[in-house]
Design a protein. Structure first.
Length: 198
């Protein structure tokens, strides 16, 4: 084998190892943001499970506030469906937008629900209602932390994927699109913990 053939072989091997390293790093970062989304999923499911219990507890006191209760249940069901859709492809642009919109609607419905609860001292004093509200508040905080971890992981993945020289080969290695952050329209309000008072 001639020297030029040996040089070409060595360069091909080095290039192969370099492409393998890029691919492995992309896979690692993608798995990391998908795992971070799984943490959001766990917390949102917990929240979706708490909401029907909260609504059922309130129903005994708020028979005439049926519209408010139904809007919470409807928003919860829409958010749960958006989460199910997002589970299939975390980081996908359309899925994250749908989940974000559904979560915003749920937050608005819960806000109206909390205003109604404020008007009924006997409901606010109910032990079950207090416990459920505390669990919901705790879950909201966990959702915020999980969402931050997801967004951090997506940012790291996108930054690596979009840097040179990875951008030249990422699409051919199966990483053609950037992942989308999970952002909410009311990002300023979201920074504050949910208000649940008794």
């Amino acid at each position: 084998m001639s020297n030029s053939g040996l040089v070409i072989l060595v360069l091909a091997v080095v290039l192969g190892f370099y492409l393998a390293a890029i691919y492995n790093r992309l896979v690692t970062l993608k798995n990391r943001y998908q795992n971070a989304f799984a943490q959001i999923e766990n917390q949102l499911k917990r929240r979706y499970d708490l909401i029907p219990n909260l609504v059922e507890t309130a129903k005994a006191y708020l028979n005439h506030e049926r519209e408010t209760l139904e809007s919470v249940v409807s928003a919860r069901n829409s958010a749960a469906q958006a989460l199910t859709n997002a589970q299939q492809n975390p980081g996908a642009s359309g899925q994250m937008s749908s989940l974000s919109g559904a979560e915003n609607n749920l937050a608005e419905a819960l806000g109206r629900f909390n205003l109604v609860v404020e008007a009924y001292p006997e409901l606010k004093a109910n032990d079950t209602m207090a416990q459920l509200s505390e669990e919901l508040s705790s879950t909201e905080n966990k959702v915020a932390f999980a969402r931050q971890a997801f967004n951090d992981s997506v940012t790291e993945y996108n930054a690596y994927r979009e840097r040179f020289p990875q951008i030249l080969v990422a699409a051919s290695l199966g990483h053609s699109a950037s992942a989308e952050l999970l952002e909410f329209a009311d990002s300023a309000a979201i920074q504050q913990p949910p208000k649940v008072s008794f």
